[in-house]
Design a protein around this ligand. Structure first.
Ligand SMILES: Cc1cc2nc3c(=O)[nH]c(=O)nc-3n(C[C@H](O)[C@H](O)[C@H](O)COP(=O)(O)O)c2cc1C
Length: 168
């Protein structure tokens, strides 16, 4: 799929079939994540892959996350502050990785949704507990994936009112 087309047609998918995400597809998605740009190329991230239905089920009670029970493959993007070269950029770096994953998944026909974790303290705590994440690592966002069981039309959100030219 052409990059611009992927960007303009991606939607958050929250309903999935039981068909698994293949090993090849998982690898492509994780390669896209780790190819993301990061400040000073610090790559301050880790990725926890989750496909055990029992573990996935534990995330369904975070509030508004019941649909995760249908997800067949999830990746928790985590920040590793100790890898930073310029302090404070890790959330932006992790966002780049997460969005790369969303676009790669869409390109492959895999539907996904970004579930907010950081900076929601309660969700950060829940993720730490479920996945036994060390204190030095911060759970950032959960990318829940699967073969789509819904089709959402592209949305065109370009808004000239938000543009400023040469000055505010
Ligand atoms: C930082 C961030 C946090 C989000 N958190 C959630 C979330 O916790 N639960 C959820 O269902 N969707 C979440 N989303 C998905 C947004 O709701 C979705 O991207 C937005 O409504 C636009 O819809 P679209 O992705 O289909 O274009 C999040 C997206 C981003 C970028």
């Amino acid at each position: 799929m052409e990059t611009i087309k992927a960007i303009m047609t991606r939607r958050s998918i929250r309903s999935w079939t039981t068909e698994p995400v293949s090993a090849e597809e998982r690898k492509v998605i994780l390669e896209a994540a780790m190819n993301a740009p990061s400040a000073a190329d610090a790559r301050p991230w880790h990725f926890i892959t989750i496909d055990d239905p029992e573990v996935i089920r534990k995330f369904t009670t975070m509030g508004g996350t019941e649909m995760l029970a249908e997800s067949t493959f999830m990746v928790l993007v985590c920040g590793n502050e100790s890898k930073e070269i310029y302090t404070g950029f890790w959330p932006q770096d992790c966002s780049c990785a997460a969005q790369n994953m969303q676009l790669a998944a869409h390109d492959l026909g895999i539907g996904c949704v970004w579930i907010a974790v950081y900076p929601l303290e309660e969700r950060v705590k829940i993720c730490r507990q479920i996945l036994r994440i060390p204190d030095s690592i911060t759970p950032f966002s959960l990318i829940a994936m699967g073969v789509p069981n819904e089709v959402l039309p592209p949305e065109y959100r370009y808004d000239e009112a938000l543009l400023h030219h040469n000055a505010w």
